[in-house]
Design a protein around this ligand. Structure first.
Ligand code: FAD
Length: 575
């Protein structure tokens, strides 16, 4: 049977049918009035779901049959820089061509610009499958987020200029933020944008580094437009096309994702256009761009984890030691079960996150562009609420999925024993590819800094309350009560940290509190999923039984008020 990364993934299929997207789709399709103007637009929610399923099936087959079998050659060949020109591995070129011909690029863009008007949730499912096949390809395809940013913040002229070309695959993109002295701290960006006072034309001058696909034809660049400023308020966002003044100086030799070139760039008088308003480059547009990219990386991480887990499972079922296959040994099957359960948990968290991202986008659009009489106080209130929820869930999901991918890939290699360390299997590639996911688009530490405010302010409590009040029975009720108790501990721990009124202690406890929040919320989501489909009860049970003792232990550490690491760090490090 043909390999199909959608049809063979029961969990992904469950989410397609169970993430409640009706409101999201209805809004995006203008109450299905888009169908009057575009023959391919759905006429109802059921129709939309069917067409999403068709797209996922088609991509699932391409991923299983075409892209995945080429991933090893992409990894070995990698991208190259010769005479100032970057070339992809041969199979990467073929993969991109296949996706382009299948019209699977720019899918979230409105139909008017050549897209399929798909919600972020569907796009994330697509990114997950592409990454399972070849993580480095996802980096190139995922740069579609650039088109989304131009759509949201650009002028209509810019939209018409760029978006149809993104959707057709005529142009590709790069997201150009990082500089040698500006990594996590993007407020320090120095690349200069200057405006010719006579013509009004902007020009870019300076260096950027670590830019994925920096060889792309369209760049979205964060630059300092306000001379004399030092912080984020002096930065603006620009779009520019490849010109002779834009040079790729080198590409990095790196641990993984070899198919995706990571470039050092030099801009010399490169003409550019301002996107949106001056000074809002970092505070508004990059935050929006990065949040979209964080979701894509969360999906990338789950895709890698899925691939690593499946390979380990297959190997463990075939490899014999001591007269039986190694999947009979508790130490081995525990690794496999833990991997599976944690992937399922990270996936339900991801698609809950994308649902709220979709709702936030809809409501923000409504508030900004809706008929004034329809923008009621309730609409504004909901817009604010969804925005707060998405702002907490996005970094939590990114941190959770990417740390998980590393763990699953690590355990997957371990299941292979010495063979896993060799190039004979993909296990070592998955471990190398996973390693970047918790670094780019903001390291895990930075995700926790982004999420901690929402965790201590208990932004997700209304969502948890709703699940907690479902009419669970029997085992699910008992598990839900246990999660409720874990949440009470978390609330005390969060209140305790706030009561210390000490920012260093709060930052020190941020990772633990975010991990506890993720465990509790994911526990609730798995219970809700098991309520919808009883066969998922063992997944929920296993996750909760493993997570709650850790929650208890971490809450105890948070509430200990132990300052010994803060007080003694210098003595310890100097010893
Ligand atoms: C393969 C690859 C592809 C990339 N692609 C792109 C791209 O397409 N576009 C782009 O603009 N950038 C890209 N980047 C850059 C990437 O986003 C940065 O590397 C990343 O954000 C971290 O920045 P940094 O490397 O400067 O590390 P640093 O910021 O120097 O961080 C070093 C360490 O300090 C920690 N740290 C820093 N500040 C804090 C803090 N306040 N609190 C707690 N811990 C902190 C970090 O967590 C990390 O552990 C890419 C990087 C790589 C490696």
């Amino acid at each position: 049977m043909a390999e199909n990364f959608f049809l063979d993934n029961k969990d992904l299929r469950f989410h397609l049918r169970n993430v409640d997207l009706e409101e999201v789709v209805r809004f995006r399709e203008r109450d299905f009035r888009d169908a009057l103007d575009f023959p391919d637009a759905p006429e109802s929610f059921a129709d939309a779901l069917d067409s999403y399923e068709q797209v996922l099936k088609m991509l699932g087959e391409l991923c299983g049959e075409f892209i995945a079998p080429r991933a090893r050659s992409v990894d070995l060949e990698g991208a190259k820089l010769e005479n100032g020109k970057v070339s992809y591995a041969k199979a990467t070129v073929e993969n991109l061509d296949v996706l382009k011909k299948a019209e699977l690029l720019g899918v979230t863009l409105p139909r008017k610009y050549g897209g399929l008007n798909m919600p972020s949730t569907l796009y994330s499912m697509m990114m997950e499958m592409v990454s399972r096949a070849d993580a480095s390809l996802q980096n190139l395809v995922g740069l579609q987020d650039i088109g989304e940013t131009i759509y949201r913040f650009g002028t209509e002229e810019q939209r018409m200029n760029y978006l149809p070309r993104f959707a057709s695959g005529e142009v590709d993109g790069a997201m150009v933020l990082t500089e040698p002295e500006a990594g996590s701290d993007l407020q320090s960006v120095q690349l200069k944008a200057t405006q010719d006072p006579k013509t009004g034309q902007w020009y870019l001058n300076g260096m950027k580094r670590f830019i994925t696909n920096g060889c792309a034809s369209v760049h979205l660049v964060l630059a300092r437009s306000e001379e004399g400023t030092k912080d984020g308020r002096g930065l603006s966002m620009f779009v520019c096309e490849k010109t002779p003044g834009l040079k790729v100086r080198r590409i990095e030799e790196k641990l993984g994702i070899h198919g995706s070139p990571t470039c050092e760039l030099q801009y010399v008088n490169v003409p550019a256009e301002l996107v949106g308003s001056r000074r809002r480059g970092l505070t508004r547009y990059v935050m929006s761009l990065m949040n979209g990219a964080r979701i894509a990386i969360s999906a990338q991480a789950i895709g890698i984890a899925e691939a690593a887990y499946r390979e380990a499972l297959e190997y463990a079922g075939a490899r014999e030691q001591f007269g039986k296959t190694i999947d009979n040994f508790p130490a081995v099957y525990e690794m496999l079960v833990r991997s599976k359960v944690n992937i399922v948990a990270a996936r339900t968290l991801l698609y809950e996150t994308t649902k709220y991202v979709d709702l936030r986008d809809n409501y923000e659009h409504w508030v900004d562009h809706g008929e004034p009489e329809t923008v009621t106080a309730e609409v504004k209130e909901r817009s604010k609420f969804y925005s707060k929820v998405a702002a907490v869930l996005t970094p939590l999901s990114k941190a959770c999925s990417t740390e998980l991918a590393n763990k699953v890939a690590y355990d997957g290699l371990q299941v292979h024993g010495g063979t896993g360390y060799m190039k004979d299997f993909n296990a070592e590639r998955y471990a190398r590819d996973a390693r970047i996911t918790n670094i780019y688009e903001g390291t895990t530490q930075l995700q926790h800094i982004a999420a901690i405010g929402g965790v201590t302010q208990r932004v997700l409590d209304p969502l948890m309350d709703e699940i907690s009040h479902l009419p669970f029975q029997g085992k699910l009720r008992r598990l839900a009560s246990a999660v409720d108790m874990g949440r009470e501990r978390l609330k005390h721990a969060a209140a305790y940290v706030l009561s210390r009124d000490d920012s260093e202690y709060q930052l020190l406890m941020a990772t633990r509190l975010c991990n506890i929040e993720t465990a509790i919320f994911s526990g609730y989501l798995l219970l809700r999923d098991a309520f919808a489909d009883e066969s998922r009860t063992p997944l929920a049970e296993r996750y909760i039984r493993e997570a709650l003792p850790v929650v208890e232990q971490d809450c105890a550490v948070v509430m200990s008020g132990d300052y010994s690491i803060i007080d003694n760090k210098k003595d310890i490090l100097d010893m």
